[in-house]
Design a protein around this ligand. Structure first.
Ligand code: 5GP
Length: 218
């Protein structure tokens, strides 16, 4: 696979102190700094939507949201693709269908890369153009396992779009077709990315603090 074009956030990037942005009171102290402000996410999602629209205009497209982490990216991306499609002449409309799936990977059995898939009948995607919408690719385990399962029902095409791609030595080399940002090897929260179900409602993508990790550890 080919490295997609991304906005690269370098390892030595000095993330924005949260005191300079508006964040919910209840998260003050739980995050150190903001790596990607919501405004920049919005701008990048708009461009990604244009790229997806160009690829699928005039076609049927089945967008597949990987719950829960990708829900905000999915929602914002969909809104932009729909707007482009709505403004287009009839032949250039994207005929959208939406699907939602829960995928859980098991990191305690690292070598197998097993994933548990629920909430969808993958057979519905046989012969369809499928765009998998993911929040973040870390080791790539989830995507390799999930795309292998999906290929079994022989979709017409499968592409992956991920908002974030982590630069990590633990990567298995999996790369998405479209991606928003290449990011340092840090644990991020916000914009639907969680730590034990907390922080999904934070708009910015932030770096969690030691205090935050301690507070929400289970
Ligand atoms: P992978 O299978 O590529 O190692 O991991 C993918 C999944 O791990 C993502 O869908 C996400 O749920 C979770 N993940 C990986 N890195 C992060 C991170 O920095 N923050 C959060 N909140 N989740 C992550």
């Amino acid at each position: 696979s080919v490295m997609p074009e991304m906005i690269v956030i370098p390892d030595d990037y000095e993330a924005i102190p949260v005191s300079l942005l508006s964040i919910p009171t209840r998260y003050q102290g739980d995050v150190d700094s903001c790596l990607i402000p919501f405004g920049l996410i919005t701008d990048r999602v708009q461009k990604l939507a244009e790229m997806v629209y160009e690829q699928y205009k005039g076609k049927e497209l089945h967008m597949l949201c990987l719950l829960k982490g990708a829900y905000r990216f999915f929602s914002d991306l969909l809104k932009e693709i729909s707007a482009l499609s709505a403004a287009a002449d009839a032949p250039d409309v994207v005929k959208l269908s939406l699907h939602f799936v829960r995928v859980k990977s098991y990191h305690n059995t690292e070598s197998t890369g097993d994933v548990k898939i629920s909430g969808i009948d993958l057979d519905d995607l046989a012969g369809k153009n499928v765009l998998i919408v993911e929040d973040i690719i870390d080791t790539g385990t989830t995507m390799v396992a999930f795309t292998a399962e999906l290929q079994k029902v022989t979709p017409a095409s499968v592409e992956v779009i991920s908002l974030l791609v982590k630069r990590t030595p633990r990567s298995n080399g999996f790369l998405p077709h479209y991606a928003g940002f290449s990011i340092p090897d840090k644990f991020l929260v916000g914009y639907a990315l969680d730590l034990n179900e907390v922080f999904r409602d934070l708009n910015h993508i932030c770096i969690i603090s030691e205090a935050g990790i301690e507070k929400y550890r289970e």
